[in-house]
Design a protein around this ligand. Structure first.
Ligand SMILES: [Zn+2]
Length: 413
């Protein structure tokens, strides 16, 4: 793991030298570091190398980037799968859940941040840790304080909810009590997380109590909730946090920092690409229109026409390649790039591949390019392009993820 760390720290130096916004902070096309360049490391001041707070900010950027890649991957999958297939409707549902979940988490984070937190309190978001045996677990929010750790599991499920025991599940019901949907019990999920975190802390040599809370971000009506279940609504979040930090201190303030640092150091960005949601052959891989998904016809290098919308796209290269890496494979051969973009030479393929932070493998005609997903998630060029596309995509679809111009799917409410 030495190499990604070097890259991460290097990016952070760019961030210190140029105090620009986080989204634009790292891996700009001209500033991309030469991978495997060890000399960068030795030039860094000692305080930069040792500061975990800086690592935390870098990790936050990568985590945000990873979330954007994930949303883009699902969004592209929907556009690139054939209509009226189960793979496509499942993917549409996953995209809706992803968007709703992210919005819910954001609301909870804002509520937590709005509390005046005492000194020696650390808020850690979306950290993924691993246990012995390769088990990984991801935590939405962990509030570290002298009174211990408060784990918050965010949920975004609206309507009328019932907690059911034996089997432990959460049921969404209508006014007459008829079951509309069934979900895994979030309280059971939370207690798994607590157990995992306790185990991780023990292995890392820390002793601190771990409390937990499930917070519903959209204030649903909750019927039948078991005695003492740690379930809260968004509007109760601030009190929940205040009560936690006011508990009797049991952890030394230095220990709070050490635990936060260890969590950040050990966190693995969640980048499970390529997504395995359908057979690669099911996806349209060619450049597609960002408005109507029609396959674009190449008129010239910088002129790709959508016959349906009668419009021209100038640079479909970057998004098309990204969709490939996120949905098909982590490598692409030079010949495949030539085929995707109707190119005649390997040189032309190389000039397109070199626009992304990819690793070149093989040589000459058998050359190929390999994606480094962490570098993609930290590239401002990639994230800017994705955000532009996502903005359009979110605007084109209603809250149920269905295109506004042909609402066929039944609404999930
Ligand atoms: Zn079009």
């Amino acid at each position: 793991m030495i190499f990604p760390e070097l890259v991460m720290i290097f990016h952070e130096c760019l961030l210190i030298i140029q105090p620009i916004s986080l989204q634009n902070s790292i891996l700009g096309p001209s500033k991309r570091p030469k991978f495997k360049d060890g000399t960068v490391h030795s030039k860094l001041p000692e305080n930069v190398l040792t500061s975990w707070k800086i690592r935390k900010r870098v990790l936050d950027v990568i985590t945000q980037g990873a979330a954007l890649l994930m949303e883009f991957a699902y969004g592209q999958a929907v556009e690139r799968l054939p209509p009226y297939t189960s793979e496509r409707s499942d993917t549409e549902r996953s995209l809706r859940n992803l968007r709703a979940g992210a919005a819910g988490e954001q609301k909870v984070i804002e509520a937590v941040r709005s509390v005046a937190l005492p000194e020696h309190t650390e808020l850690v978001q979306n950290v993924t840790l691993s246990l012995l045996g390769g088990v990984r677990f991801q935590m939405d929010l962990a509030l570290l304080s002298k009174s211990g750790i408060l784990l918050i599991e965010c949920k975004q499920i609206g309507g009328r909810l019932k907690f059911h025991t034996g089997p432990a599940e959460l049921r969404k019901v209508d006014e007459d009590g008829r079951i509309l949907s069934v979900y895994d019990c979030p309280v059971a999920q939370l207690s798994d997380q607590q157990e995992n975190l306790l185990q991780w802390l023990r292995i890392a040599g820390f002793r601190t109590p771990v409390y937990g809370a499930v917070v519903f971000a959209n204030n649903p009506i909750i019927e039948e909730i078991g005695e003492g279940m740690p379930v809260f609504k968004l509007r109760e979040t601030r009190n929940l946090v205040r009560r936690h930090v006011e508990r009797k201190p049991v952890v030394h303030e230095n220990e709070v920092n050490r635990i936060a640092a260890a969590m950040i150091e050990s966190s693995i960005p969640y980048l499970p690409f390529p997504l395995q949601i359908a057979e690669p052959s099911q996806f349209v891989t060619n450049p597609i229109c960002s408005i109507c998904n029609n396959v674009l016809s190449k008129r010239s290098e910088r002129k790709w026409e959508c016959a349906k919308c009668n419009r021209i796209e100038h640079k479909p290269y970057l998004l098309t390649l990204l969709a490939w890496f996120l949905l098909i494979r982590n490598t692409i051969s030079s010949a495949e790039i030539m085929q995707l973009f109707g190119l005649k030479t390997h040189k032309a393929a190389r000039s397109i591949a070199e626009r992304l932070p990819l690793e070149k493998i093989g040589s000459r005609k058998s050359s190929a390019y390999k994606a480094d997903y962490e570098a993609l998630a930290g590239s401002s060029m990639v994230l800017d392009a994705i955000q532009t596309w996502l903005k359009q995509d979110r605007a084109a679809k209603d809250q149920y993820g269905t295109r506004k111009d042909h609402q066929l799917a039944a609404k999930d409410q």
